[in-house]
Design a protein around this ligand. Structure first.
Ligand SMILES: Nc1ncnc2c1ncn2[C@@H]1O[C@H](COP(=O)(O)OP(=O)(O)OP(=O)(O)O)[C@@H](O)[C@H]1O
Ligand SMILES: [Mg+2]
Length: 144
């Protein structure tokens, strides 16, 4: 099944992120696909808000992965969020950094930008979201 949302501002995209967070179960890998500037990090900010992660929500492009330990576990038992960005790495780097361990955390959710960079080590069981810029301010967000 696919659900497609259209948003007309970064704030609207963040609110879709909050909504998605409320449906997530622990030990889930969420792959965010889309071009540069499509809104992957913006959507992640909404997800982090929804999970109740403490700010600041900085982009992990340079640090590769940023871990958020939630002050309060979600009602579904999520305690940690791993926000990762594979733009600057390859599968081997990602493996060395512990990608498989993040995905196997029974109380974790992994949010991954640029999954295409590490496609060959992605587990089969995962959620996919694809973002597209339809104009300067409009984005489509496809959840499958
Ligand atoms: N409807 C919208 N939804 C999300 N972002 C929007 C929207 N309209 C405009 N924007 C702007 O688009 C940009 C999206 O940037 P963002 O960092 O989220 O993209 P990204 O997909 O993470 O890019 P990158 O591949 O570089 O990490 C922001 O500057 C944001 O303000
Ligand atoms: Mg980004």
């Amino acid at each position: 099944m696919e659900i497609i949302h259209e948003t007309n501002s970064a704030d609207e995209t963040r609110s879709i992120g909050r909504m998605i967070a409320s449906t997530m179960l622990p030990q889930t890998l969420l792959c965010l696909r889309g071009d540069l500037g499509a809104g992957k990090t913006t959507l992640t900010q909404g997800l982090l808000e929804g999970f109740g992660a403490l700010r600041p929500y900085t982009s992990p492009t340079f640090v590769i992965m940023k871990q958020y330990d939630l002050p309060i576990a979600t009602s579904t038992g999520i305690k940690r969020i791993y926000h990762a960005d594979a733009y600057r790495v390859d599968s081997e780097d990602f493996h060395m950094l512990g990608f498989e361990e993040w995905c196997a955390d029974p109380q974790g959710v992994v949010i991954l930008e640029w999954p295409e960079r590490v496609e060959n080590i992605l587990p089969k069981h995962r959620k996919e979201i694809t973002l597209k810029a339809l104009s300067e301010i409009t984005r489509s967000i496809c959840i499958s």
